[in-house]
Ligand binder design. Structure first.
Ligand code: ZN
Length: 310
């Protein structure tokens, strides 16, 4: 099976910057580019295959017409979405619904469970993850009263940290942070608070009622794993397994051979360079290892983040 290399899609945002170009050399549309949708079959930003027999095909058309590439994984939509996010400024305080709420209220969309690998951040950086409402009543009172300083729970971060954000978890990426996000293929975000900012002269829409409906109270931390194993040619760190995905990091040094997941595996090269099965690889490239690819042979010095569906 040939690897499926993907052409990323870029999204501008009021909080975006230029690091997608500066760090990875991407051709970004403006100096306020917030997101690189690196592995996506979502209708709001769909990747196409670059090179090989499927050159130019959209990932969603491959998903529909070439099920064997994905090991016959069930479902009519490609389930995952991998992004790199450049937050030059703070993102809004937000929350996502789960599958049940999104399915009912958002035209059958998937909900959004997501996880963050911190690629880089400023010294002293933090994120918003969770809130201080002790129960639903207090959460609602704090949100309706706009008591944001009291409400949000912040946590310091450093490069290499990893967080699981469950649906119903209040969160925000703060300025100066570069993140690789693996998530369910969903674009449903409920915005709680946007710091009174204007976009094109107007405040961006808030979704107070939907947010209150989906926020879980009290806050419970998402479960991550840090299981490190040393294999020939790589240090492997298993980061998370939840009902939607597993995510692993491989720090490759030399030659590393591995057979990946029975369905398919998304791969993002986050630093370094080398080869896979003799094909040159560098930081910023993203590809899918199809089902039945057999053993893949990496060579070089690079770090990759892999995800597969559960
Ligand atoms: Zn989010």
């Amino acid at each position: 099976m040939e690897l499926l290399f993907l052409e990323p899609v870029f999204k501008e945002a009021i909080w975006g910057g230029t690091r997608l170009k500066d760090s990875f050399g991407y051709d970004i549309p403006s100096n306020t580019t917030g997101e690189c949708w690196a592995v996506s079959a979502h209708e709001n930003g769909e990747c196409r295959i670059s090179g090989g027999p499927y050159n130019g095909c959209s990932l969603s058309s491959l998903w529909k017409e070439n099920k064997s590439l994905f090991g016959g994984y069930p479902g009519d939509k490609f389930p995952l979405l991998v992004k790199i996010i450049d937050a030059k400024e703070d993102l809004s305080i937000q929350v996502h619904p789960d599958d049940a709420y999104a399915g009912l209220n958002e035209h059958g969309s998937f909900g959004k469970t997501e996880c963050w690998y911190i690629l880089d951040c400023l010294p002293g950086a933090e994120i918003v993850i969770g809130h201080h409402g002790r129960d639903r009543e207090e959460m609602e009172a704090m949100v309706r009263g706009g008591r944001w300083n009291q409400f949000v729970r912040t946590q310091p971060i450093k490069r290499g940290d990893f967080f699981q954000i469950e649906p119903g978890c209040v969160h925000a990426i703060k300025g100066g942070t570069l993140i690789l996000e693996t998530q369910q293929s969903s674009d449903i975000t409920y915005r709680l608070y946007d710091y009174g900012r204007l976009s094109d002269g107007k405040p961006r829409q808030l979704h107070t009622e939907q947010s209150i409906a989906v926020i879980k109270a009290p806050f419970e931390e998402g479960k991550t794993i840090t299981e490190i194993t040393k294999e020939d040619g790589a240090v492997c760190t298993h980061l998370v397994t939840c009902q939607f995905y597993s995510v692993d990091k491989y720090e490759i040094e030399g030659v590393f051979a591995k057979e990946f997941h029975k369905y398919f595996t998304n791969v993002s090269v986050i630093s370094g360079s080398g080869l896979i099965n003799g094909i040159p690889l560098k930081a910023g490239q993203h590809f899918i290892i199809p089902a039945g690819s057999g053993e893949c042979r990496f060579e070089g010095t690079m770090t990759i983040i892999c995800s597969n569906p559960e």
